[in-house]
Each structure stands twice: as C-alpha cells, then as structure tokens.
Design a protein around this ligand. Structure first.
Ligand code: NAD
Length: 332
C-alpha cells in the first residue's frame, strides 16, 4: 500500500515486521557471511522501512536497522574502538533521486562545491593505522564504534604496504575486496571439497579477512582500494581528490576511476561508462559514490547516527551475477 494512505496502526505493524525480517537478513549477511536474499531485495525492504519511519518518526526505535551500522563484532577477535566511527552510507537508486540529494545538500550551505565521484567497491571496510610509517593496526568496521582487530591478517594482503614511503603516523580507511578471479578459484575449490559456495565476492572477502589463521587469509588473495585519509589537517590536504593522490604516493592501492564533477547531470555519462565496463573489471562494484570534495565542508556537514550527510551511493540496478545466492552455482 501507498505510504501516504497508511494508518498509524498499519504502519506500526508493517514497521515491526520489516525490522524483524531485515534484522534476520543482517545476521545471515554479517555474522554468517551467507545471505539468503539478494542485496536488491534487502535494499527494497530497507527503503520501505525508511519511508515508513520518514512518515511516522515516532516509529523509529534504536534496534531498527535504519539506526545501526551493519556488522557485528565477533568475540573471536580483539575489539578495537574507532576514535572516529566508521559509518554506513545513504543510497539512491536513480538519477532523479541523485538530483534530489544534490539539491537538498546544496540548500544546507552557501558554499559552492564539487563532488569527487568514485566507484563503490563491493567489499568490506578496513581501517589501517601506521606509526612512524609502519603498519601497526588493522581493524574491521564492526558495529561502527568498535571493530575487530585483523592486523595479523592484513599483513598477509599483498597490496597493503607494511611500510609507507614516508615515516608518517596516520590512519587510512578503504575497502578490502576479493578479486573476481580469486573468488571463482575459491568457490571451485570449495565445491571440489564439498563445501558451500560463498554467495558473492563481498561475503567471501568478509569471511577471508575475518579468519583466525592468517595463512588462510593469505591464500584467499584479497586486495584493497584505500579511499579515506583521517586527520587530514596535519598533512595540509584539503580535498578528497588530493587525499587519494597523497595516499597513492605513500604506497596505498587507490582506485584510478575517480573524477571531480560539479553537476550531477554530468554523472549520467560516468555511470554509463562504468556500467558498460563493469563486467570487464577485475573487481566487483555495486554503484558509484559521490563525496563532497572539500574536506572542511564535509566536516561542517557532519553525519546522522548512521551515515555521513556529505556522501551518497548510487546503486546500480541488480545484474545477474549480483543475484546469485547461496547454493546456486557461480558462473563467470
Ligand atoms: P553499503 O555497503 O551500501 O555502503 C557503505 C560502505 O560502502 C562503506 O562502509 C564502505 O565499506 C563501502 N565503500 C565501497 N566503496 C567506497 C568508496 N569509494 N567510498 C566510500 N565507501 C565505499 O552499506 P553497508 O552499511 O555496509 O551495507 C548495507 C548494504 O549491505 C545493503 O544496502 C545491502 O546491499 C547489503 N546487505 C545485504 C543483505 C542481504 O541479506 N543480502 C543484508 C544486509 C546488508
């Protein structure tokens, strides 16, 4: 039914049912690395819950999935508190919604601004801390406030520098992913051993990074794209495109596809180009990310409890490969 015509009683029931369903899917996805539904199906129910809560704000409760950053913290790992929370991201599903996001954001500031547009890598977020240029800690996002210590595993990921090109003390964040070829190899191997396939490269990456034996992580051939530099002021870095170049210079793997755009109208072309190239890329992407390029303006815009206000993901429509679920054979 149309949200505009819902009664409060109906909305209350539907919101409760949606919360239960989504929370069950989240457990399967985050805790078990084994989703039973596609991301598109999850996203659709999630958007419905958001819309109901938007119309009836009194229905927002702390255990709603709209109020929580996804992942759980496994008791198998040492906990790492994040000095700055690692958040989720808002998403839109059409160019029209992207235009609405842009118009809303521009109304909140007098300042003109550009976006740095990046590919949305389908993996899981990773924080890396360096002390005097040496890798000293790696952690997952966890519940956003507290993550899992995966330092020994991160030391087995080939493209994570153990030592930076300069002896700096800093934190960066980015995406840890499993390249498509490694994913196909892993599932072929698992099949030969009579084990369940991983549903998709994202779940395989999460299961491979969060391993008690770092040698398993090593064999899984994970890779990274690093996109966030923390505490930028000390480096005199003022823009996101500059931060990416700075991190590439230090030795991090950065994604080469980002571009600075002023207007969202020019993004149709970027989206078209990467939709066409998507299958040919060696890693999975599930959309694009727009970030206000000016880092001071990002700070000023701030966050909600769950998402930064200065960035948004545009999600691609689901493609066949993305709809593969557990127990269905992966075909490349
Ligand atoms: P998200 O994955 O949609 O977006 C946020 C994340 O994007 C960030 O944390 C970061 O790790 C990542 N990212 C990739 N490229 C990036 C870039 N260039 N810049 C910044 N960040 C980048 O949000 P989420 O909270 O991690 O997960 C929610 C999503 O997970 C849902 O929208 C759904 O698609 C999926 N999910 C699916 C199920 C299921 O059962 N199928 C269950 C739960 C969640």
């Amino acid at each position: 039914p149309d949200i505009a015509t819902l009664t409060l009683a109906d909305a209350t029931n539907e919101a409760a049912a949606l919360r239960d369903q989504l929370n069950q899917w989240r457990r399967e996805y985050y805790t078990e690395d084994a989703p039973s539904v596609t991301d598109a199906e999850y996203d659709q129910r999630y958007q419905r819950l958001l819309a109901i809560e938007g119309r009836f704000p009194e229905l927002v409760v702390p255990d709603s999935p709209t109020q929580q950053v996804g992942d759980v913290v496994s008791p198998d790992f040492t906990k790492v508190p994040h000095a700055v929370p690692m958040l989720s991201m808002g998403d839109v599903f059409s160019l029209e919604e992207l235009g609405e996001f842009d118009a809303r954001l521009r109304k909140t500031t007098d300042q003109d601004f550009d976006y740095n547009v990046e590919l949305k890598i389908d993996g899981l977020s990773l924080s890396l801390v360096y002390t005097d240029g040496e890798l000293t800690q790696a952690s997952t996002r966890g519940n956003g406030q507290v993550g899992e210590d995966v330092t020994v595993n991160a030391r087995q990921i080939a493209d994570i520098p153990q030592k930076l090109s300069r002896p700096l003390t800093l934190e960066v964040r980015g995406e840890c992913y499993m390249p498509k070829a490694a994913f196909a190899e892993l599932n072929a191997e698992r099949e030969a051993q009579g084990l369940d396939n991983f549903a998709n490269p994202r779940n395989a990456a999460a299961g491979s990074l969060r391993q008690l034996d770092p040698q398993v992580t090593k064999r899984r051939q994970l890779a990274t794209f690093i996109y966030t530099l923390m505490d930028v002021d000390q480096f005199g870095v003022t823009r996101q495109d500059e931060a990416i170049a700075f991190m590439a210079d230090l030795g991090f793997a950065t994604n080469p596809s980002s571009e600075v755009h002023h207007d969202v109208t020019t993004l149709a072309d970027y989206i078209e180009r990467y939709t066409a190239q998507r299958d040919g890329l060696s890693y999975g992407i599930d959309g694009i990310v727009l970030k206000v390029n000016d880092l001071a303006l990002q700070q000023a815009m701030g966050n909600t409890v769950k998402v930064p206000r200065w960035e948004i993901a545009y999600k691609f429509p689901p493609e066949e490969a993305a709809t593969v679920v557990r127990d269905i054979e992966w075909t490349v």
